[in-house]
Design a protein around this ligand. Structure first.
Ligand SMILES: *[C@@H]1O[C@H](CO)[C@@H](O)[C@H](O)[C@H]1NC(C)=O
Length: 184
């Protein structure tokens, strides 16, 4: 991170005497240099075991509404539904006689912001990745949780269907419950 900044400064000093190249070089650096944010997006994809065709979707998923108009609010609604569908599907596949009460109980557990969603999100270190306004605390459960859910919405849109998104959620969530350590 610090080294990429140092590299950028180094290149800018190098081209300082050649104003005709500056605009171009700055543009190239902007896309080529590995900013902490783009590195974090790479790490996230590895943790999830999913590679985005459109990385813009993942970028949006980890952008809180306080940061920009282009944010994760709607994606997190889709993500919450993907998660609920995945849990319902698994529960009924395992036991078709599961009661509505039991299923609702499972869904309310999985949907709990503090005890489930934000904990899963912290496990992915989303509080360090999510883009928020300077006044917003990126560690509060609601912020971490919306980014966490939005990631599964983003996977579903990227993949054109929700199956992979549900599977990734399930694998990740179960992994956390079973205490598996993710390769970071
Ligand atoms: C940010 O939120 C977290 C979680 O609620 C809290 O522990 C922390 O103290 C907050 N930080 C600040 C600077 O308010």
């Amino acid at each position: 991170m610090a080294s990429s900044r140092a590299f950028t400064i180094f290149v800018l000093l190098l081209i300082a005497p050649f104003p005709q190249f500056q605009g171009q070089a700055t543009t190239i650096l902007h896309f080529k240099s590995f900013s902490p944010f783009s590195t974090a997006l790479e790490t996230l994809q590895k943790q999830l075991g999913y590679s985005f065709k459109n990385i813009g979707l993942l970028r949006r998923a980890v952008t809180h509404a306080s940061f920009s108009e282009e944010n994760n609010k709607a994606l997190s609604i889709l993500g919450a539904n993907v998660i609920e569908a995945s849990v319902s599907f698994r529960s009924l596949s395992k036991d078709i006689d599961v009661s509505s009460k039991e299923l609702n109980h499972q869904l309310s557990q999985i949907s709990n912001v503090e005890s489930s969603c934000a904990v899963d999100g912290m496990r992915l270190a989303l509080h360090k990745v999510v883009r928020v306004s300077p006044k917003t605390n990126s560690s509060v459960p609601a912020v971490v949780c919306s980014a966490f859910r939005a990631i599964f919405g983003a996977v579903a849109i990227d993949d054109g269907k929700s199956d992979a998104a549900g599977d990734i959620f399930w694998t990740f969530h179960r992994g956390r419950e079973l205490g598996n350590v993710l390769p970071l």
